[in-house]
Ligand binder design. Structure first.
Ligand code: ADP
Ligand code: ADP
Length: 232
């Protein structure tokens, strides 16, 4: 099965005069172990598509699956559980808790889920994130790029079925952005993580294996690289 899938997805916001059709019958299948970028003009439906795939937003028509779990029709509790157990999120604003250290932020999703970290995997993530002795620092003692790498490590530490990243480099200079993208790329190439990233930035999209272009709520073009060798 795929990591996530949308089938005939429509999304309509509001009603009557104020109605906005944000997605018009989107079909997309996200294979495991690939890095997909979603691009398109502002208002084309990128965030809506990501939110529907991630169970953050309900669809008006059609179906969404994460792994083999049907998202459409899940209760709020079921959606919360799906997000906790199968999905990692990375946002433009890093959304770290200011009173916790980098390491505590990274471990927080596992703590909330009452799960113990897999020590080997935790060490791998920590090594890959490249924070060195800054793991004990609080977010305000870290640069933007370091904070975003902490947020990436937090998204990856539970080995989710899929990680959704919404403009992860939108607040970073190009050098910090490249560090974050390199980290995400390695998590795909070396560890088989599945990542879906919304971006405006063609350089960011160049790290992906596949780029999907949205316009006016529909997929209008797609670029696919060679199928990468799977590690896991
Ligand atoms: P993008 O991420 O490509 O900029 P969005 O998915 O945010 O696009 O928005 C797609 C369309 O849906 C836009 O016309 C936007 O104004 C509209 N939209 C998004 N969210 C809402 C909402 N909560 N209520 C009403 N309209 C919305
Ligand atoms: P390292 O030097 O540790 O391999 P980088 O962070 O430079 O790591 O790159 C990580 C991964 O991202 C590598 O697989 C590399 O091929 C890829 N990569 C680096 N720069 C780019 C780029 N501009 N576009 C696409 N992929 C890139």
């Amino acid at each position: 099965t795929s990591a996530a899938r949308a089938s005939g997805v429509w999304k309509v916001y509001g009603s009557g005069e104020a109605q906005v059709v944000a997605l018009r019958g989107v079909d997309v299948e996200l294979e495991r172990g690939r890095f997909t970028a979603i691009m398109g003009p502002s208002g084309s439906g990128k965030s809506t598509l990501m939110h529907c795939l991630a169970g953050l937003d309900s669809v008006s028509r059609g179906q969404v699956f994460v792994g083999d779990t049907g998202v459409t029709g899940l209760s709020d509790a079921g959606l919360a559980r799906l997000r906790r157990e199968k999905i990692g999120f990375i946002f433009q604003q890093f959304n770290l808790l200011p009173t916790l250290t980098a390491q505590e932020n990274i471990l927080l999703p596992l703590a909330i889920a009452g799960r113990k970290p897999d020590q080997d995997w935790f060490k791998t993530v920590i090594d890959t994130v490249g924070l060195g002795d800054r793991l004990g620092h609080r977010p305000n003692q870290l640069s933007g790029g370091q904070q975003q790498r902490v947020a990436c490590a937090r998204a990856l530490v539970s080995r989710p079925e899929v990680v959704f990243a919404d403009e992860p480099t939108g607040n970073l200079d190009s050098r910090s952005g490249a560090e974050v993208l390199g980290f995400l790329r390695r998590s795909v190439t070396e560890y088989g993580q599945t990542i879906v990233m919304v971006t405006h930035d063609a350089v960011a999209a160049s790290y992906a294996d596949r780029v999907i272009f949205l316009a006016d709520g529909q997929i209008v073009a797609e670029l696919t690289g060679p199928t990468p060798e799977r590690v896991l």
